[in-house]
Design a protein around this ligand. Structure first.
Ligand code: PMP
Length: 432
């Protein structure tokens, strides 16, 4: 166990081996890949990971909120090895297998019953399936989504995504989607009222609600900046759209699977969504997504949707092992360790006015960096992220000027303390 360890980094980063790989990466890969800093992994254990030069990092990003159980968790490795030795693939679109059916049953049970499941391979595929099902079931053309949202990069989900115009530039025309402001308590006065009055005005001036198939929303906005909306938001949204027959689709790709301390981040709202999409953390790093839709909505028949790899047996095995670990206490741990991190970061906020907002739930934590007049400060955020890297902490950006912390849910108290201590040094260097 590495829990008493501290990161060990030899500057400058990236080291010689990482630099050589990054040069080859630059020479052969599609220029669309984004490299926020020069980290090239070699192997990991728990929340710790070595790069190819032997530097040791504490991981607070989990491969973008994916590695729920950290690196190489023995239970995940065992589940994957056992399944790989039996079969990896039978094409679930054509042939059922027990463990995939059982995973669907487990997921439906977590939502209280009454749903059916469609398995895909990635978040965007789950969202595409939700878009198609909403259109198929309602026979309506339009969608509603939120500015700042991220739902994927295939053409359907890209039409919903509105976190950066760069993601959309050059790819239009896209599906017909109207975007509402996301209720941001840090940046808006009366955020819920603003969203609801925007919706009312949209229905009055731009689109008849009878033509809208669905509204798609992240319960906590991820790529947009780890924004936690006021409680009651999802309830209010559902109440506003349901009378018009507009479906409510929750994108829990980043916020779901225990990250916020409940299986779904939307659970505290007590609503029954029409559809929920899960992906990222569901199988601790193995590709999978699950669309859950209320059973009355699954009116499509054989062939209306399908995919070769969805329901891959190795990913399903990793998902079972992930759910087992969640059920054995990982979510409770995420709540407690997350509360410790939030508290420690809020103490730093008192010292540094540039740290405008510290927010989050469980282990989904955002830090927003600002200019003295409150404007977003992307350069400062980038400086903090790079200093953190040099001090051996892996973090990621989110939104215009926020840093996101999405560590594996196995992060211990001790590791959280280590991270907080190192943040002290990072802030001292980057914010003075
Ligand atoms: N929805 C949300 C909320 C996401 O955060 C992401 C990925 N960042 C996606 C959808 C798309 O997932 P994928 O990259 O697996 O297609």
């Amino acid at each position: 166990m590495l829990s008493r360890t501290r990161p060990k980094v030899q500057l400058p980063l990236p080291g010689p081996k990482a630099r050589a790989i990054l040069a080859r990466d630059h020479g052969v890969m599609s220029p669309t890949y984004h490299r926020p800093y020069g980290w090239v992994p070699d192997r990991g254990e728990g929340a710790w990971v070595w790069d190819v030069d032997g530097n040791l990092f504490l991981d607070l990003m989990a491969g973008i909120a994916v590695n729920t159980t950290g690196y190489a968790h023995p239970r995940i490795v065992q589940a994957v090895q056992e399944q790989a030795a039996r079969f990896a693939h039978v094409c679930f679109s054509d042939f059922a297998h027990e463990s995939a059916v059982r995973l669907a049953e487990r997921l439906v049970q977590k939502l209280g019953g009454g749903y059916r499941v469609y398995f895909g391979n990635s978040g965007t595929e789950g969202i595409e399936a939700a878009i198609k099902l909403a259109r198929y079931h309602t026979r309506r053309p339009y969608f509603l989504a939120f500015s700042g949202s991220f739902h994927g990069r295939t053409l359907g989900s890209l039409s919903l995504t509105a976190s950066s115009s760069r993601y959309r530039e050059g790819f239009g025309p896209l599906l017909p989607v109207y975007h509402l402001p996301y209720p941001n308590p840090y940046r808006m006065k009366d955020p819920l009222d603003q969203v609801l009055s925007h919706l009312e005005s949209l229905f009055r001036h731009l689109v008849s609600p009878q033509e809208v198939a669905a509204v798609i929303v992240e319960p906590i906005q991820g790529e947009g900046g780890y924004i936690v909306p006021p409680s009651g938001f999802l309830q209010a949204l559902q109440q506003a759209v349901q009378p018009h027959g507009i479906l409510l689709i929750l994108d829990e790709v980043q916020s779901g699977v225990g990250r916020t301390g409940t299986f779904l981040a939307s659970e505290p709202e007590g609503i029954r969504p029409d559809m929920v999409v899960l992906a990222k953390g569901l199988a601790s790093g193995y590709p999978i997504s699950a669309l859950l839709a209320r059973e009355e909505l699954m009116t499509w028949g054989p062939g209306s949707q399908g995919t070769t790899f969805g329901g891959n047996a190795v990913s399903i095995a990793a998902a079972h092992a992930t759910l087992d670990l969640l059920e054995e206490g990982l979510m409770e741990q995420a709540v407690q360790v997350g509360a410790r991190l939030l508290h420690g970061l809020r103490e730093y906020q008192k010292l540094y006015p540039q740290l405008g907002d510290v927010r989050g739930r469980g282990l989904m934590i955002g830090l927003e960096f600002i200019h003295p007049d409150g404007r977003e400060h992307p350069e400062l955020r980038d400086r903090v992220m790079l200093k953190a890297f040099e001090q051996g902490l892996l973090t990621l950006s989110a939104g215009p000027s926020s840093l996101r912390l999405a560590p594996p849910l196995i992060l211990s108290f001790e590791e959280a303390e280590t991270a907080l201590e190192i943040f002290g040094e990072v802030f001292r260097q980057a914010l003075h």
